[in-house]
Design a protein around this ligand. Structure first.
Ligand SMILES: [Zn+2]
Length: 707
């Protein structure tokens, strides 16, 4: 876990939660072209924010190609230098290479994720193999590797400060992991694998986006949609009034399944989601099979028995066995709880006159009834208290103020790539500027599913840069004039993504590649999940949960209900997560000689052997065919990280609970010892120093109501 996971990534497709590619931000000496491409010159806006009033689709291809050429040239100069290798002429020079490329890529990644179109997709497709080749030109360049190795071997005698030493170690390990020690023949094979994998991931993403759009379900008879509110119906209406269209979210379960009363409608919607990329015109089975097999071959070529073993080297978990051990510890209590929940739901079905066996598409609908009966908590009762902007300013920002002393100011003068994007400037307690924050909250067809955080500009003292960070979510956009009211889940997501943002904002590193969230996957979700804890903290909740019409504070009674219901459905939620995490690990622990004939059979078997199919009404959170985290972005053999970091964050919150809770002092201590440290220390040490011991699993089980 000593390095950014993205070192292992070969595409420009970015991750679900955080893109942590190595990036620099400064105008390159080689990029002083006087042409009119606004991406090539550094932005003159505050904080170097991208100037979206000038950038258009046609600028990216040219700027990316120029950035790649520049980087390649700098790398060649470093490798072919006749001077003896020094930290400055090799490691620092590497860290400074690709300034233009990284700057353009940050903007490009943001748009291809949050607001893409055919032109950008075509560029993305064209660039994927080029990025892969460029990476290989660096990490498989033996002359360059020998220089890095020379320095690494005498690192103790170089008198480097701690962060510089860590930078050197990271580069060395990156080379090693990328195959720098392979024979020339094997390096060529690896290059061909990497290039093919980049193309396949891109194909997967493109196909899945099409599958999600094609899978939208259209209803022409209003009675089929019984249970939806007028506002919901209105937002689903197709323009000419001929019907209603329910778009697919990227998970297996679809939010509206909770409200839809007609069983046939629910089944139709669920199956559209479940089968979106299986047996349709946008089938991904062949692509994912080829990806998994090729990754296994890559693992073998690099000297490991499978892909996961290779890719976990620098995580906190270290080896697949530790991940499976975590799963094994959780599966019995998760499925036992899910089984109890299924029983309660089945009883509710009978009680309300249903004569059928609980199926996955019934779960959320009847679970909501059980919840109402048992906890008397109705989402529609609480949603009016969660108005988007109030949640953001008086909840998410307020918690950060209480813990870390930061304040905010809306900036309507900073250009954005879409009219829905909100921009804020953040400040330290003493008024010093901290950075710029963009919130892009609403769903649209040009945005991929899920929620994530990334940077437009990375913090680094090397370039005197403060962070420019965005959060992207997929909340349904209300019709004009209506307020954006969030579910409690969506509120939590907002706290989560801003937790990533804080990790980025508090970064205090010299080198951009060690800055902020550039940490291993099984640590990067810790600050974000930890930040979710404040959503329900009484002092915070009372401040932001205000009725959108009356401004009235959420009643204590409702707060109690929300808290009480926090353990509701946790058997389901943990089981669906475990199922997806397990699928990921199964796909990535196959041997290199395995030929997968049938992706669906593989999936079924993977769930069966791990006893994750014992509650048949609980499907995986993502099926293999639409599991974008692992086939389209950077979470291959890494989806377990959510569970791993869940263990960390409950353990950490347990520390707060026993040390006075939400105080400025406690916040500062976390900021000083973890949130500001980026990747400058071994993460297990960083955590242990702050916590005073290793993380324990008990607080997680307790929080989930499984103990
Ligand atoms: Zn996250």
């Amino acid at each position: 876990m000593k390095k950014v996971f993205s070192v292992l990534l070969l595409t420009l497709i970015f991750s679900a939660c955080k893109d942590s590619n190595k990036k620099n931000n400064i105008t390159s000496q080689n990029s002083m072209n006087t042409n009119h491409n606004p991406l090539i010159a550094e932005s003159t806006l505050p904080y170097g924010a991208p100037d979206f009033t000038k950038i258009n689709n046609d600028h990216f291809r040219e700027a990316l190609l120029q950035g790649m050429d520049e980087k390649r040239e700098i790398i060649e100069n470093i490798a072919n230098s006749t001077e003896a290798a020094t930290f400055e002429n090799t490691i620092l020079a590497l860290e400074k290479s690709g300034v233009l490329l990284d700057r353009v890529r940050n903007v490009f990644s943001a748009l291809t994720g949050a607001h893409t179109n055919d032109t950008l997709q075509a560029v993305q497709e064209e660039m994927a193999p080029k990025f892969s080749e460029l990476r290989d030109a660096i990490y498989l360049n033996d002359t360059l590797f020998q220089r890095v190795k020379t320095l690494y071997e005498k690192r103790e005698s170089l008198n480097l400060d701690g962060e510089s030493l860590r930078l050197l170690e990271n580069y060395f390990e990156d080379f090693e992991i990328a195959g720098a020690n392979l024979s020339p023949e094997n390096k060529e094979i690896l290059k061909s694998y990497n290039s093919r994998l980049a193309t396949l991931s891109n194909t997967f993403n493109k196909t899945l986006l099409e599958a999600n759009n094609a899978g939208a379900v259209i209803f022409t008879d209003k009675s089929e949609l019984e249970g939806l509110s007028d506002a919901e119906l209105k937002s689903l209406e197709i323009k000419d009034g001929q019907g209603w269209k329910i778009a697919l979210q990227n998970t297996t379960q679809q939010p509206l399944l909770q409200s839809l009363k007609k069983r046939e409608t629910r089944e139709k919607l669920f199956k559209a989601a479940w089968l979106r990329a299986d047996g349709t015109a946008q089938d991904t089975k062949a692509v994912i099979t080829e990806i998994a097999e090729l990754r296994a071959k890559k693992g073998a070529l690099l000297g490991f028995s499978n892909y996961a073993e290779w890719s976990l080297q620098n995580t906190m978990a270290k080896v697949p066995e530790n991940v499976f051990k975590l799963f094994k510890g959780l599966v019995p209590s998760a499925t036992a709880k899910a089984g109890q929940e299924a029983k309660e739901i089945q009883e509710m079905i009978q009680k309300t006159g249903g004569d059928f066996t609980l199926a996955p598409w019934d779960w959320n609908h009847y679970a909501e009834m059980v919840r109402k009966a048992k906890y008397d908590l109705d989402e529609n009762q609480i949603k009016p208290y969660f108005e988007l902007k109030t949640v953001l300013e008086k909840g998410v920002f307020y918690a950060a103020e209480k813990l870390y002393g930061i304040s905010y100011k809306a900036r309507t003068d900073i250009p954005t790539y879409h009219e829905d994007v909100l921009v804020y400037e953040l400040f330290e307690e003493n008024g010093d500027p901290l950075g710029l924050f963009y919130g892009d909250f609403f769903s649209r067809p040009s945005k991929r599913g899920g929620a994530w955080m990334s940077n437009f500009v990375d913090q680094s003292k090397l370039y005197n840069k403060k962070p420019v960070i965005y959060n992207a979510c997929n909340y349904p956009k209300p019709v004009a004039g209506e307020p954006a009211l969030l579910t409690y889940d969506e509120v939590e997501t907002m706290f989560h993504e801003f937790g990533h943002a804080l990790h980025g904002f508090f970064a205090d590193q010299q080198y951009p590649s060690l800055s902020g969230t550039s940490v291993a996957r099984d640590f990067v979700e810790f600050p974000s999940q930890f930040n979710e804890n404040w959503a329900l903290y009484p002092e915070i909740l009372k401040n932001y949960a205000l009725h959108y019409k009356t401004g009235e504070q959420i009643p204590q009674e409702l707060i109690d209900k929300i808290k009480k219901s926090g353990t509701f459905n946790q058997g389901y939620s943990l089981t669906e997560n475990l199922a997806a995490s397990n699928l990921d690990m199964q796909w990535h622990t196959i041997g290199s000689d395995i030929k997968i004939e049938d992706a669906n059979a593989f999936e079924k078997e993977a769930l069966h052997t791990t006893k994750l199919d014992v509650v048949s009404a609980v499907p995986p959170r993502y099926r293999s065919t639409y599991f974008a985290h692992i086939f389209g972005s950077g979470y291959a053999a890494g989806y377990y990280s959510y569970l791993w970091t869940e263990m960390l964050h409950h353990d950490a919150y347990n520390w707060f609970e026993t040390h006075g809770g939400l105080t400025r002092e406690n916040g500062q201590r976390l900021r000083d010892m973890i949130l500001s440290r980026g990747n400058t220390l071994p993460l297990e040490k960083m955590y242990k120093d702050w916590r005073g011991g290793d993380p324990k699993i008990e607080p997680m089980l307790k929080a989930r109501g499984l103990q």
